[in-house]
Design a protein around this ligand. Structure first.
Ligand SMILES: Cc1cc2nc3c(=O)[nH]c(=O)nc-3n(C[C@H](O)[C@H](O)[C@H](O)COP(=O)(O)OP(=O)(O)OC[C@H]3O[C@@H](n4cnc5c(N)ncnc54)[C@H](O)[C@@H]3O)c2cc1C
Length: 349
């Protein structure tokens, strides 16, 4: 079967993760056809190996080498179906670049995902953490996900409701490794109202001369704001927001607000979401540098690899940040990226 599957050995993963940390995959497969997924899984099972399904590596920390089979999801393809009036369904193969898909849809005149421009990674990984930005989440437009369920051995077409989406969360994230996503479907429309309520976006668009914004203008505005605020992983390796914004109870929030009246907070159906970046910044981490890794000097939520840092160094720094926020505010930060090839953050003492 190895002949049918072009499995490579000892592949360097540095170019396959946005933190650019060094790690080696014992075996590596570039997977272009969904029909080969079951063969790849059998191949790994026969050798007693773990399998990791990898997209763009922009939401992962390699804590060490991966001793099993890394399957790089490179299933391409995008097309429109069910075009009815102003609405249409965009079908994306798991290996399609997410940002290019946003530009494609927007330039075709369809609305719904323009606020999600410039999020790195693949379409197949987008449902895993229900990507979100500037007041929009993937689940707002997602219709269904085609996936192979490794537990039942069945191919599934999961509707949005079956995906169990939450804030940076989904069925796929809660059952890491169980589902292999091969295709997603998004319902877009030429007339969907634009989501312009996010303050930065509103201010940016208001500063432009003239006409009412269209979806392409919104995508371009989001790109400009993101380029100003977030480091480009090609130049400064990073994994985006390293911690989720914590949601705390109303009672805990009231106590914190007394001591910190300027703390940014967003009421939720249950509890209050507080800004992790603010908490980290208050603890003095913004711009902090250890030898090879550090915290970005404009965005305290982004940990960066300055030069040749390892995943372990990044995780050690993250553990110190989490501990200082816990000590000062009593709030426990949760990591956003997944950890592979080793242990994640140590449990809270
Ligand atoms: C600079 C920067 C900015 C970012 N901004 C945002 C943001 O604004 N909003 C946001 O939500 N995220 C953001 N992220 C995080 C990241 O871009 C997203 O989580 C993205 O969806 C990850 O895609 P990926 O292909 O790189 O996934 P990977 O990092 O390769 O994988 C992430 C997880 O998904 C799993 N996975 C990947 N592909 C598949 C598949 N086909 N089937 C099943 N499981 C799969 C992996 O096993 C892993 O567990 C940012 C990251 C960076 C570096």
């Amino acid at each position: 079967m190895k002949d049918r599957l072009p499995v490579q050995e000892q592949v360097d993963l540095q170019a396959f993760n946005s933190l650019h940390v060094a790690a080696t995959a014992r075996y590596f497969l570039e997977l272009r056809e969904s029909e080969l997924i079951e063969d790849a899984l059998s191949w790994a099972r026969e050798r007693n190996l773990d399998t990791l399904f990898l997209g763009g590596g922009s939401n992962l920390v390699f804590a060490g080498d991966f001793p099993g089979l890394v399957v790089h999801m490179a299933i391409r393809g995008r097309h429109w179906e069910q075009i009815e009036g102003d609405a249409a369904t965009l079908v994306l193969g798991a290996g399609e670049n997410w940002h290019e898909a946003v530009l494609y849809a927007t330039r075709s005149g369809y609305r719904g995902i323009e606020n999600l421009a410039l999020i790195p990674g693949t379409a197949g990984a987008a449902p895993v953490q229900n990507i979100g930005a500037y007041g929009v989440e993937l689940c707002d437009t997602l219709v269904s996900v085609t996936a192979f369920d490794r537990e039942s051995g069945q191919w599934l077409c999961l509707s949005r409701d079956q995906c169990g989406f939450g804030y940076r969360d989904s069925l796929f994230k809660r059952n890491a490794g169980r589902y292999v996503i091969t295709e997603i479907r998004l319902r877009l429309s030429r007339r969907k109202p634009l989501q312009l309520g996010y303050r930065d976006l509103e201010e940016y668009l208001a500063s432009l001369p003239g006409r009412d914004p269209d979806a392409l203008m919104v995508a371009e505005a989001v790109m400009a704001i993101r380029r100003r605020k977030l480091p480009d992983p090609q130049q400064i390796p990073n994994a985006g927001s390293f911690f989720k914004n914590p949601v705390i109870s109303d009672a805990d929030y009231e106590q914190l607000k007394e001591r910190h009246p300027d703390m940014p907070a967003y009421p939720q159906p249950h509890g209050v979401k507080v800004a992790a970046a603010w908490l980290i910044d208050q603890c003095g981490w913004k711009g902090h540098r250890d030898q090879r890794v550090g915290v970005h000097n404009r965005q305290a939520l982004v940990l960066i690899n300055h030069a040749g840092g390892s995943g372990r160094e990044i995780l050690e720094l993250a553990a110190r940040i989490r501990e200082s926020v816990r000590k000062r505010f009593g709030v426990i930060l949760e990591m956003e990226p997944g950890v592979v090839g080793g242990a994640g953050l140590p449990p809270i003492a």
